[in-house]
Design a protein around this ligand. Structure first.
Ligand SMILES: Cc1ncc(COP(=O)(O)O)c(C=O)c1O
Length: 447
């Protein structure tokens, strides 16, 4: 590869940096290094690039920064925490903020999902949830339940458990057979629901794929069914009306645990703390990350029902470790401090309610783009939406071009394939939504 470098011009003395050494994740590295999209500062709804130009953030970074950028309360809390206690072994030792944050998360979760396990990312949350499900069934004498069900077009992170659950071919095709014993239900991205705002009218019966797996594999072999309430990374696939309730019923009939992966949906994206509450369906286990710390520190969590937790704990002998799992940075003091400060902001500023109130205006704005020739489909719920464009050339090429042109026109968002995914921070004003929609209206005809 050619040598690549960049001159940073946003500082008093322009500075040259090499782009060769850093291997960027989920990025066409050669393409990026030929035309770097570098960001150097953020505040509120905005980023600034290396030339000092301002960009509006239409994806909350990557669905993390729900309270907006540069929140001083979070930075100060992390600074104070690191000055006071920088690190403590997470096994056999505790610090107060782990317990405080767990209690605060449990206040937000639905039902009895009141036992919280901390991890460092969404991927780790998913793999942890898989282990919790397996350990639970073992503890109640049903160790034969070691299969998992998930869905086509699902994204559950990049560790081997999550990749095995995921339903995106590019995330799987180079990595061998992945875990055995995983069955994928069909996705719910149906033509009949194109341009439906909110939950589509068609496709609730696709939940019956789970019933078919029960018939094919035997319920006694199935541990859990993993679902993103709104599939995020494949482009905001809102569930059809009644679909999640039907999945819940089938799980209940057959002793299968229902896991909601709320890594994107959590913390106000759908108008409530979690999508489980927006759709009125309570899972047995829930994974979360991203908005938990407003993206300011890496952290994920798994919320587990008391019943599952108590079963696993009771099965272990007194004095024995109940769950042989955890990470060096589980419940690290700095992200715990960030999480507490973040949840304070959400509560004080009523950001979940604010997001819910802004949703109709946001969706009106997105739907005003319906008639642009490039637009193939629109989907949306809460402050979450996708604009899918008609492909041109290789799948995803037009979406990638759109993302680059939007950046050059002053807007940051995440694309997946040929879908642009919008998820503005919950602090957005109507004027920010107008800016986002105007930029899209200007840019879409140029791709
Ligand atoms: C639903 C879902 N699960 C898991 C993950 C993985 O999270 P992370 O990238 O923090 O490992 C993501 C990331 O976008 C996600 O959207």
């Amino acid at each position: 590869m050619d040598h690549a470098e960049l001159t940073l011009r946003d500082q008093p003395q322009p500075r040259q940096i090499s782009l060769d050494e850093y291997w960027m994740p989920f990025t066409p590295n050669r393409d990026f290094k030929a035309d770097p999209k570098m960001v150097v500062r953020a505040e509120g709804m905005y980023y600034w690039n290396d030339r000092g130009e301002k960009l509006i953030d239409a994806s909350s970074g990557m669905f993390c920064v729900n309270a907006g950028h540069g929140r001083k309360e979070i930075a100060d809390a992390v600074h104070r925490q690191l000055s006071e206690l920088d690190f403590i072994a997470p096994f056999l030792r505790g610090h107060p903020k782990q317990f405080e944050l767990a209690a605060r998360v449990a206040e937000l979760t639905p039902g009895d999902l009141n036992r919280i396990f901390f991890v460092n990312s969404g991927s780790e949350a998913v793999d942890t949830a898989m282990k919790v499900a397996l350990a639970y069934h073992q503890a109640r004498g049903q160790g034969g339940r070691n299969m998992f069900v998930s869905r086509e077009r699902a994204y559950h992170g990049v560790n081997f458990g999550g990749v095995s659950l995921s339903g995106i071919v590019n995330n799987r095709r180079k990595f061998g057979p992945t875990l055995p014993g995983i069955a994928h239900m069909r996705h719910t991205h149906l033509k009949e629901n194109f341009f439906a705002r909110g939950e589509g009218a068609h496709g609730a019966e696709l939940a019956d794929d789970l019933q078919r797996f029960v018939a094919l594999y035997g319920a006694e072999n199935i541990a859990a069914c993993f679902i993103e309430p709104i599939a995020g990374s494949t482009g905001c696939l809102v569930p059809p009306k009644g679909y999640l309730k039907r999945v819940r019923e089938i799980c209940d009939q057959h002793g299968i645990l229902l896991v909601f992966d709320e890594v994107i949906c959590g913390f106000g994206r759908t108008g409530k703390a979690f999508a489980a509450q927006s759709f009125g369906v309570t899972p047995d286990i829930m994974t979360m990350a991203k908005g938990l710390t407003n993206g300011a520190q890496p952290m994920g969590a798994v919320a587990i029902s008391e019943r599952i937790h108590d079963t696993i704990v009771a099965a272990a002998q007194d004095g024995a470790i109940e769950f042989f799992h955890g990470y060096t940075y589980s419940g690290h003091p700095a992200p715990c401090a960030a999480g507490l400060a973040t949840l304070d902001i959400y509560r004080k500023e009523g950001l979940f309610e604010r997001g819910a109130a802004l949703s109709p205006y946001f969706l009106d704005g997105i739907w005003s783009l319906k008639d642009l020739p490039a637009v193939a489909d629109l989907r949306g719920y809460g402050l979450f939406a996708a604009i899918e464009v008609h492909p041109a050339g290789a799948p995803g090429a037009r979406g990638h071009l759109l993302q680059k042109k939007l950046f050059d026109n002053g807007l940051h968002l995440k694309t997946t394939g040929d879908s642009a995914i919008l998820a503005p921070p919950l602090i957005a004003e109507r004027s920010h939504i107008d800016m986002i929609v105007d930029c899209l209206r200007k840019t879409l005809p140029t791709i």
